[in-house]
Ligand binder design. Structure first.
Ligand SMILES: [Zn+2]
Length: 378
């Protein structure tokens, strides 16, 4: 592939050379015509000949490019044996692939495109039937779009609407959003008074706010020159703000938003593509070794060999309750508490047998109402 990319660069360089020559030729001919109109016939004839030459060299470049492209596709077919076709034919792929594609389009907020994916029956597909799922995806896309323009208002609005649940989860997202917004105002206006007013309006009633976060925010006001006329030096504040990681804020927001709305944080299609890319090399090697009677997937679901995936992609196929040390079953499934910790249903109910009927997480101080806990599926 890198060979192909290099080749493409060389070819586009050659095309530009030809175009430069053409430009010089036309300009030269025009100057000559202006200087000596009587010689126009000879000039135009010689120009036409040179243009034809350039056209021929352009055609040769195109021909060479096409033959290289042809070779590349043959090379690719040779390197990826037929075994891959068998994977694609494996039961389930025809069902899951369109679903993943449709899910991806729903996630990026394009319902029209999602519905256009062939092989997906939306009526059988509970998650996508629910308007809430697509609405939640749509809102997340809108918030992210505004995020990229450094406009936090829709994100702050959402955090305000979900204030209680965020507090219950022990999340400091609301404070973080206000902090970024306030510093953004500070950068734009250089007006600490306006920022103080913003803080008074938005942070006064913020319960459970981290004091050190607030202190660092107020400290930043001191770094701004009192008047832009006195000094234009904003470097100390810029240095301070440089530490504010917008990408991290974006990730924190997406993670909280997805967890509260029951959306997967990572796109399932992206995960499948990433894992597939990791597995492909090992898979091709394996299929070459055992090419005769090669069974691509043992039972249609399991790979015939171990693939060493990065930590991020290692999911557990079974759940052992950290409280009871018992494996989960259909009757005793794992439950996700409001804080993000997971224990089995029986343990949760056991821990709920107290006077205020709430389950106190065994790992952190947060309490969960059992009806708010979400069942996890492995
Ligand atoms: Zn917990």
């Amino acid at each position: 592939m890198s060979f192909y990319l290099n080749e493409e660069q060389t070819i586009s360089g050659k095309c530009l050379d030809v175009l430069d020559k053409l430009e010089t030729l036309i300009q030269g001919t025009r100057t000559c015509l202006n200087n000596d109109p009587s010689n126009s016939r000879t000039l135009l004839q010689s120009c036409t000949e040179k243009v034809t030459e350039l056209q021929t060299s352009m055609e040769q470049i195109e021909k060479k490019y096409n033959s290289k492209l042809n070779k590349l596709s043959k090379e690719f077919e040779k390197k990826c044996p037929n075994a891959l076709d068998k994977v694609i034919e494996t039961n389930g792929v025809h069902v899951y692939l369109p679903m993943l594609l449709a899910d991806h389009y729903v996630r990026i907020g394009d319902m029209e495109l999602a519905k256009a994916v062939k092989g997906v029956n939306f009526n059988d597909w509970d998650d996508y039937q629910s308007a809430e799922y697509s609405e939640a995806c749509k809102l997340l896309n809108l918030i992210m779009e505004r995020f990229s323009l450094f406009d936090l208002k829709p994100a702050i609005e959402w955090a305000k609407d979900n204030h209680d649940i965020l507090m219950e989860r022990g999340s400091n997202l609301t404070l973080l959003l206000h902090k970024f917004e306030c510093l953004h105002i500070l950068m734009e206006t250089r007006d600490p008074v306006r920022c103080m007013q913003y803080c008074r309006k938005n942070l006064t009633n913020l319960q459970g706010a981290d004091l050190s976060e607030l202190q660092s925010l107020f400290m930043s006001f001191l770094l701004v020159p009192k008047s832009p006329n006195v000094s234009d030096d904003m470097s100390s504040l810029q240095e301070y703000i440089g530490e504010l990681d917008w990408d991290r804020l974006k990730d924190t927001f997406t993670s909280e938003y997805c967890k509260i709305n029951g959306l997967p944080v990572e796109s399932p299609l992206q995960t499948v593509l990433d894992v597939g890319t990791f597995a492909l090399t090992a898979y091709i090697k394996f299929s070459k070794i055992s090419s005769k009677n090669f069974q691509p997937l043992n039972d249609g679901l399991t790979m015939p060999m171990d693939i060493d995936l990065p930590e991020k992609y290692r999911y557990h196929s079974l759940f052992i309750c950290p409280v009871s040390k018992q494996q989960s079953t259909a009757d005793n499934p794992p439950m996700l508490l409001a804080c993000g910790h997971a224990i089995s249903k029986n343990s949760m109910l056991h821990l709920t047998q107290n006077s205020h009927r709430k389950c106190k997480c065994p790992y952190c101080p947060i309490e969960t109402n059992p009806s708010d806990a979400m069942q996890l599926y492995f």
